[in-house]
Write a protein that binds this ligand. Structure first.
Ligand code: PLP
Length: 387
């Protein structure tokens, strides 16, 4: 067993007897790999996100890989994406031989990718845009789709943080050509490891379904049910299948997701109200989260330290001494060694992204967090800022 010593961890898992019973039922059924439970999970997820297809896979990184393959990205193609994201967003572009071209964020208040900078970075080689709904806050996907249509580009939405988030009345993952969600254990809903691809495009769905399982025209489950005997291999595919054990957890978590997201929103508001009198802390998305156009999934709670005499890492250390676990979202991808050495990116390329990356702290946020935990974190911050 892992011993958890944090008084307030960054994240805590919300699972109970319901998930345990669902897993037990799958184990007792003796069909534990991908089958009817996965189909049920996919169909519920598609319904909740207003899309024609939801195709579950091993994780969101695999989802992004398949997404870029399915929209036809290949050697030498440029794909624009943010740098303020988890490295998987950009790595998936490398998997298919593409070149990630990094775009700036909008501002210190809106950390999502800037439509203006996306347009400025388009060249003759640009084939697609990968957007990220950072922290569960939808990016300006309507403007980005306008740009995409003007230049004939495909759009992939990295929705790892944003299940059930909405922009202008439409769920994220239903705007672009294809959406990719993560069910890793620290996400808004989990299957331990897991991911799902959403699309309304028949051709993309067909390609993803094939590539999820070796490019084969029949699945083991079809054979088990007597629906298929032989098969052909028509594409270069992978084994990116999820399994029914994970999907059974996903079905239960999806039912709870509205309540999880609501609780995250309440805690976020509590943080915002109580942090407002600390000079030197600003909260990105603070005003946007009240905007009627936008429904966030409140995946994380990022703050920015804007006082020059207090260093971000010092504050994190002080919080850690008080038993509060924090994180940074994110180190800019363009400055990782592999991206510097392969593409020549360097410090100064994206000054706003770099500034945020140096001044951001992610505070604890999870549905089972108590109000007194928020007060404790805020009081500790007040102490640090007073000294
Ligand atoms: C923005 C973003 N994209 C992609 C991923 C990759 O997800 P997974 O761990 O399911 O592969 C993550 C995971 O943290 C993420 O935060």
């Amino acid at each position: 067993m892992i011993e958890v010593s944090w008084r307030v961890p960054l994240f805590d898992l919300s699972v109970d007897e319901e998930e345990i019973k669902a897993v037990e039922a799958v184990l007792r059924s003796k069909w534990i790999s991908m089958g009817s439970i996965t189909q049920e999970f996919e169909s519920e997820f598609a319904k909740r996100h207003g899309v024609k297809y939801a195709i579950a896979v091993t994780n969101c990184t695999a989802a992004l890989h398949l997404a870029l393959k399915a929209i036809g990205i290949r050697e030498g193609d440029e794909v624009i994406c943010p740098s303020l994201t988890f490295v998987a967003t950009a790595n998936s572009i490398l998997y298919v031989g593409g070149k990630p071209v990094f775009a700036e964020i909008i501002s210190r208040n809106d950390l999502t990718v800037s439509p203006e900078d996306i347009e400025a970075k388009i060249t003759e080689r640009t084939k697609a845009i990968v957007v990220v709904h950072y922290g569960g806050y939808p990016c300006k996907i309507d403007l980005i789709l306008e740009i995409a249509s003007k230049y004939n580009l495909k759009v992939v939405e990295d929705c790892a943080h944003a299940p059930l988030a909405e922009y202008k009345g439409k769920k994220v993952g239903s705007w672009g050509d294809i959406g990719c969600f993560s069910f890793f254990s620290n996400k808004n809903m989990t299957t331990a490891e897991g991911g799902i691809i959403t699309t309304n495009d028949d051709e993309i769905a067909e390609k993803v379904l094939l590539m999820r399982s070796h490019g084969m025209t029949a699945l083991s489950f079809d054979k088990f049910r007597g629906h298929a005997s032989g098969y052909d291999v028509v594409e270069l595919g992978y084994n990116y299948r999820i399994d029914d054990i994970r999907s059974s957890i996903g079905i239960v978590q999806l039912k709870k997701l509205d309540a999880f997201n609501r609780r995250r929103k309440e805690l976020t508001k509590l943080y915002i109200d109580n942090l407002s009198d600390i000079d030197g802390i600003t909260v990105p998305f603070k005003n946007l989260s009240e905007d009627g156009d936008l429904v966030s999934s409140y995946h994380i709670f990022p703050i920015l330290i804007s006082r020059d005499d207090l260093k971000r890492d010092f504050i994190r250390q002080e919080l850690s001494k008080k038993g509060i676990q924090t994180s940074v979202h994110y180190q800019p991808v363009h400055l990782f060694s592999i991206y510097r050495s392969r593409f020549g990116y360097e410090k100064g390329d994206l000054s706003l992204t770099e500034w945020v990356s140096e001044h951001e702290i992610t505070l604890p946020l999870y549905p089972s967090m108590k109000e007194e935990d928020v007060f404790y974190v805020v009081d500790c911050l007040k102490d640090i800022f007073r000294k």
